[in-house]
Design a protein around this ligand. Structure first.
Ligand code: SF4
Ligand code: SF4
Length: 119
């Protein structure tokens, strides 16, 4: 499990002040040799329909802790990842201690990427 995950995809329904409130996310990039070949498949554009469908994947405990603690990041989803060329990938799970997902203007998964990817 990742120690922390920050994300600047502010159009994503799971994004809360630069953190990800999902319990689990899926990153893909089977053939990636650089960050640009990866993407967060769990991205969903903000909107009422997506807000409802993402509810089952919300890290409620982490959100509550985050409200009361500025000292540490409590919202840190489990990250499944198919980018097998990344040095942090172990059996399709991410083992990096700090992960950053990028996609400031993304309105689809394909415009997001994992900045932490290192081959
Ligand atoms: S793009 Fe991915 S990492 Fe970022 S908030 Fe959405 S689900 Fe979480
Ligand atoms: S750091 Fe590597 S293993 Fe972790 S999510 Fe990003 S691409 Fe996948």
């Amino acid at each position: 499990m990742a120690y922390s995950l920050s994300c600047n995809c502010t159009n994503c329904v799971n994004n809360e002040r630069g953190l990800c409130e999902a319990n689990n996310i899926n990153v893909s990039g089977m053939n990636a040799h650089a960050s640009q070949g990866t993407q967060c498949d769990t991205f969903m554009e903000k909107g009422l329909k997506n807000a409802f469908s993402s509810m089952s994947n919300i890290n409620v405990a982490g959100e509550l802790k985050q409200l009361y603690s500025n000292a540490s990041i409590e919202m840190a989803p489990n990250i499944r990842c198919s980018a097998l060329n990344c040095r942090y990938n172990s059996n399709q799970m991410c083992t990096a201690s700090d992960v950053k997902i990028d996609g400031t203007r993304a309105i689809t998964s394909s415009k997001t990427c994992c900045d932490t990817f290192i081959e």
